[in-house]
Ligand binder design. Structure first.
Ligand code: ZN
Length: 324
């Protein structure tokens, strides 16, 4: 079903079955000559049917439609090659586009999970159940690459790209200055906390994320359009909450570490997670994977702050608190 948000601006709610995210918000702008679809849903039939139904309601001509994808995750990019026509431009972050160039990216994630204590015998199962592995576009889309500050115009809207690394390294939000509308992708969500993960120690995604929250804090905004769930909320107060949340999570990691030397997978198992499972062992494998990635992001952040040290000179990377 499609609902109207503002003149020429609509939302199609795309279900994401079995995902804790529940659904994805695809935003649609109808223009005189070209339309724009922002984010698309997983590459699976239940999402495809919901999109086609919403687009039919809006009488959208896909031959006159371009796409903008806020970041590389499959719930945002999955359907783009099925929906795009020959004339469609697909606007996408230059930085996140690199993931689509790298055939080895899944293997390097698996290798990295292994050196962080993820059980070796569960790695293939974790990969097979990863939504990004299952529901990404089957062929590589042809992108029109975006950088910070680029502008996309459609239907009277002038959308300025704001690079907001953190949720992914190439994440892009869109800002409509005159209408004070902020399309936040997964940078800012109201009803759930954006997932911040890290699968390399060369990046510090949580530090990037915190800086990207600061980057958009002072934008005059009346309406935030997030990638998931509802959009009733205030930008500044939500950013304040998200920053507090991550500082508390970092403190929780310190508590889990205590005076021990632990690897990321065990630290993830010791943290609290908002999930309907009694014990860590009951977690679905994909959720163990996401939890480990999130623990690594917080560990890397704490390392950057000098609160913990990392020992990478062994088969499994471990951490311990720095004693003052
Ligand atoms: Zn995402």
């Amino acid at each position: 079903m499609a609902d109207e948000i503002r003149k020429n601006l609509y939302r199609i709610v795309v279900p994401l079955p079995n995902s804790p995210l529940k659904d994805l918000n695809s935003y649609v702008i109808k223009g005189e000559n070209r339309n724009l679809i922002i984010d698309t849903g997983f590459n699976r039939s239940v999402c495809y049917e919901a999109m086609l139904k919403g687009l039919a309601e809006l009488e959208m001509d896909l031959n006159k439609t371009d796409f903008m994808l806020t970041h590389m995750h499959a719930d945002h990019t999955g359907l783009v090659t099925r929906l795009a026509s020959e004339t469609s431009r697909i606007f996408f972050s230059r930085i996140d586009a690199r993931v689509f160039d790298d055939d080895q990216s899944w293997q390097s994630l698996v290798d990295f999970a292994q050196i962080n204590g993820f059980p070796a015998d569960e790695l293939q199962k974790a990969l097979a159940s990863h939504p990004g592995f299952k529901y990404s576009p089957k062929q590589k889309p042809v992108f029109t690459l975006l950088d910070d500050g680029d502008v996309i115009e459609c239907g009277g809207y002038r959308l300025q790209c704001i690079a907001t690394p953190g949720h992914t390294q190439g994440h892009i939000c869109l800002y409509e200055k005159d209408r004070k509308i902020f399309v936040s992708g997964d940078h800012i969500l109201f009803d759930i906390t954006p997932h911040i993960e890290s699968w390399a120690y060369t990046t510090n995604s949580l530090a990037d994320y915190m800086a990207s929250l600061d980057k958009v804090y002072h934008l005059p905004v009346d309406l935030v359009l997030p990638g998931h769930r509802g959009f009733l909320g205030n930008l500044k107060s939500r950013i304040d909450e998200l920053k507090i949340h991550h500082r508390e999570r970092a403190d929780e990691v310190m508590d889990v570490l205590g005076s021990e030397t632990l690897h990321a997978y065990d630290i993830a198992a010791g943290m609290t997670w908002d999930i309907d499972c009694e014990t860590w062992e009951d977690f679905p494998i994909a959720q163990k994977w996401f939890a480990t990635g999130e623990a690594i992001a917080h560990l890397r952040y704490l390392e950057g702050e000098g609160r913990i040290s990392r020992n990478a000179k062994q088969e499994i990377v471990t951490f311990r608190a720095v004693l003052n």
